[in-house]
Design a protein around this ligand. Structure first.
Ligand SMILES: [Zn+2]
Length: 73
């Protein structure tokens, strides 16, 4: 097996970095303690009612898309 190893993970020795409780990625100060508004909504949904929580996939990379500032509010 000499295929491409999965060594492009964002996690290194940043143990002190707070991570998004949803997808465990380094959070964004803009949406802390979440990494993105998406994860914030997911957490919020869980609080309101874990029944119909937003189906989120930790593998998916949601951040990096909305780079605009003050677009949400
Ligand atoms: Zn997240």
């Amino acid at each position: 097996m000499t295929g491409p190893a999965n060594d492009n993970k964002p996690e290194r020795t940043e143990a002190r970095v707070a991570r998004c409780p949803i997808c465990t990625k380094p959070f964004d100060t803009k949406y802390r303690p979440f990494c993105s508004k998406h994860c914030a909504d997911v957490d919020l949904a869980r609080w309101l009612g874990g029944r119909y929580a937003v189906p989120v996939r930790p593998e998916e990379d949601e951040d990096g898309m909305a780079t605009g500032e003050g677009e949400e509010r």
